[in-house]
Write a protein that binds this ligand. Structure first.
Ligand code: IPE
Ligand code: IPE
Ligand code: MG
Length: 244
């Protein structure tokens, strides 16, 4: 079922979300940070459903950055546990919804059983077409570019053959459209190493609520904001209007 409350021609094809503010959400309630992450996972489930209803085809969620390894060990343990739990409990439902699960980032560094579950989830859902869900976990935009450069060199790519299209093919998101809209919650306006290459012309939207409180109305507001933007890609406004 598609939600028609947002004008459909202006729905972004690919949305990225920096899910921020779980810790502050919990702190405001006098709860441990992990309770915020748990509430964040609940909200992710609702957000995936809403994404399908809005007719968006690609969603990339930022769940754990390469810099997040610097957090206290017990918080890291909690986040790893939540990832395992989501894979165990939510996979069937995601599969039923037609979600194709992908991972972007480095699997190395995660526990072997987690790596295996992620691989299995990718295998199981690979033919689903309703929504491509990229989970950025142990992800860094700079690490991704370094990884791409290393592989190009290892493949013996000649300097004159390095083009933007080729670089695209070496990124974790190879074959996918660039994000049109990046939403960040908790009122922060910074990139924090998310999709550095791919978001070159993305529209950014800062939602003034913590991630666990980012509901479908907030989502709709972000999409309406996107629909009202004129994307010029370096051209003038007059040129863009001629092109329609
Ligand atoms: C986002 O919430 C989730 C992760 C980075 C894993 P935070 O944990 O960053 O929450 P704040 O920013 O401390 O409130
Ligand atoms: C960005 O949030 C990473 C994720 C949402 C996974 P952070 O909370 O880690 O970012 P900074 O530290 O505020 O830039
Ligand atoms: Mg944060």
């Amino acid at each position: 079922m598609t939600d028609n409350s947002v004008s459909l021609e202006r729905i972004p094809q690919h949305v990225g979300i920096i899910m921020d503010g779980n810790g502050r959400w919990a702190l405001a309630r006098g709860q441990p940070r992990l309770a915020g992450h748990r509430a964040g996972v609940e909200n992710l489930r609702r957000t995936i459903t809403a994404t399908v209803e809005f007719g968006i085809k690609y969603l990339t969620i930022y769940a754990f950055s390469t810099e997040n390894w610097g957090r206290p060990p017990e918080e890291i343990r909690g986040l790893m546990f939540l990832l395992d739990e989501v894979l165990e409990k939510e996979l069937d439902e995601l599969h039923r919804q037609g979600v194709q699960l992908r991972h972007i980032g480095r699997l190395e560094g995660l526990a072997p059983h987690t790596q295996e579950m992620v691989r299995e989830a990718i295998r199981m859902t690979r033919n689903n077409t309703r929504l491509v869900l990229n989970v950025a976990f142990n992800y860094g935009g700079r690490a991704e570019i370094v990884h791409a450069i290393r592989r190009m060199i290892a493949d013996g790519v000649r300097p004159e053959n390095v083009t933007e299209e080729l670089v695209n093919q070496y990124l974790y998101t190879a074959g996918q459209p660039d994000p049109d809209l990046i939403i960040r919650t908790a009122g922060e306006i910074r990139v924090s190493n998310f999709l550095l290459w791919q978001a070159a012309y993305a529209e950014y939207y800062a939602a003034n609520v913590y991630w666990p409180d980012f509901d479908k109305n907030e989502y709709r507001r972000a999409l309406e904001h996107f629909a009202s933007r004129e994307r010029r890609f370096g051209l003038t406004s007059a040129q863009v209007q001629v092109q329609g």
